[in-house]
Design a protein around this ligand. Structure first.
Ligand SMILES: Nc1ncnc2c1ncn2[C@@H]1O[C@H](COP(=O)(O)OP(=O)(O)OP(=O)(O)O)[C@@H](O)[C@H]1O
Ligand SMILES: [Mg+2]
Length: 317
């Protein structure tokens, strides 16, 4: 059975078409990742699925219930971890859990709250105000709050933003455990390809409100992965000259050449370009899949920023 079914979802905010008819399904027990550049429509999708906003058109079923027709049935069965902070800093961990329990109508919440605090290693911090928690502790408490009412499906919007490496890996473990131990279906968004690869059974990549690919990380790599030759150069490059090797793009001041078999071409590329400071070959990975499907080309902006800097510097003289 599918935990989530999204059919042709459209969301307009005035002029902005945040979602342009996306469709996907998440099977029960999956950890599903939504990836996409800033503004792609990830949070909008989560907001529709959790009932925080209504779609302009299209349909979404969560745990078998239509999110527009039966939002209360949906709410009972889902948990939600927002990307921004929604907890109260002045209240303790325990008090935040209590508020959540009352909002969600959880009976015997004390017992469950104590268990969850233990599970997340927060027992000792239970009576400390959240303002004194580290970011990692706070995130774990937010997850505890989100699963206090034992939801079937957990939504997590960029769950590991701002966490250090240890806390991030720790949270991955938590997500895996929740998924395995409690059988919770997870839909998360992330900007970290490694996170998607580590955690997600399947991934959907959205770009400007359009779903451009769905599959397991391996399927996506096989289908859309490209090798990338990355050049750092100290002077402008005639990109037309490089077109013979593959598709050329600029990103963060580096020249990227998307190509099939980078190792074979790199020597010739190096010969063709002057002023190379460094060369890297990146083999097909989820990063290159993402780059390939969402096309991060910043050439225009780069040039403008340079001009802006020059102007400011001249003015200072
Ligand atoms: N309440 C709103 N009113 C108007 N426009 C909005 C609103 N919320 C989102 N948008 C617009 O909808 C588009 C999708 O936004 P959304 O927040 O879903 O993107 P996202 O994929 O979550 O991006 P990010 O990675 O930056 O979090 C953007 O163009 C955004 O500016
Ligand atoms: Mg977002």
């Amino acid at each position: 059975m599918n935990s989530i079914v999204v059919q042709n979802l459209v969301k307009r905010y005035g002029e902005v078409e945040a979602l342009r008819g996306i469709s996907f399904e998440v099977a029960r027990g999956e950890v599903f990742g939504l990836l996409g550049p800033n503004g792609a429509g990830k949070t909008t999708t989560i907001k529709i699925l959790t009932g925080l906003t209504k779609p302009t058109s299209g349909r979404a079923l969560v745990a078998g219930f239509d999110v527009v027709e039966e939002p209360m049935e949906v709410k009972k069965r889902i948990g939600w971890v927002a990307s921004e902070v929604i907890v109260d800093d002045e209240l303790t961990g325990w008090e935040n859990l209590e508020i959540q329990a009352r909002l969600a109508g959880v009976k015997n919440w004390r017992e469950r709250a104590a268990e969850l605090l233990k599970y997340f290693g927060l027992s000792e911090a239970a009576n400390r105000p959240l303002g004194k928690y580290s970011t990692g502790m706070r995130k774990r408490l937010e997850v505890a709050m989100a699963i206090l009412h034992a939801p079937e499906i957990l939504f997590m919007d960029e769950p590991t933003v701002g966490l250090d490496v240890g806390a991030r890996v720790g949270l991955w473990e938590v997500v895996r455990q929740i998924n395995k131990d409690f059988g919770v279906t997870v839909l998360l968004t992330t900007h970290y390809m490694e996170e998607a690869e580590q955690l997600c059974n399947r991934i959907a990549i959205i770009n400007k409100g359009v779903l451009v690919a769905t599959g397991t990380p391996d399927e996506l790599k096989a289908k859309y992965g490209v090798d990338v030759i990355e050049l750092e150069v100290d002077r402008p490059v005639d990109t037309a000259k490089l077109a013979a090797f593959g598709e050329v793009a600029m990103s963060n001041g580096k020249v990227l050449i998307k190509t099939g078999n980078a190792e074979e071409k790199v020597a010739e590329v190096v010969k063709a370009v002057e002023g190379i400071k460094s060369v890297r070959v990146k083999k097909a990975s989820l990063d290159t899949v993402f780059l390939n499907l969402t096309g991060a080309t910043f050439e225009g902006e780069q040039a403008d920023i340079k001009r802006l800097y020059m102007k400011v510097r001249m003015a200072r003289r």
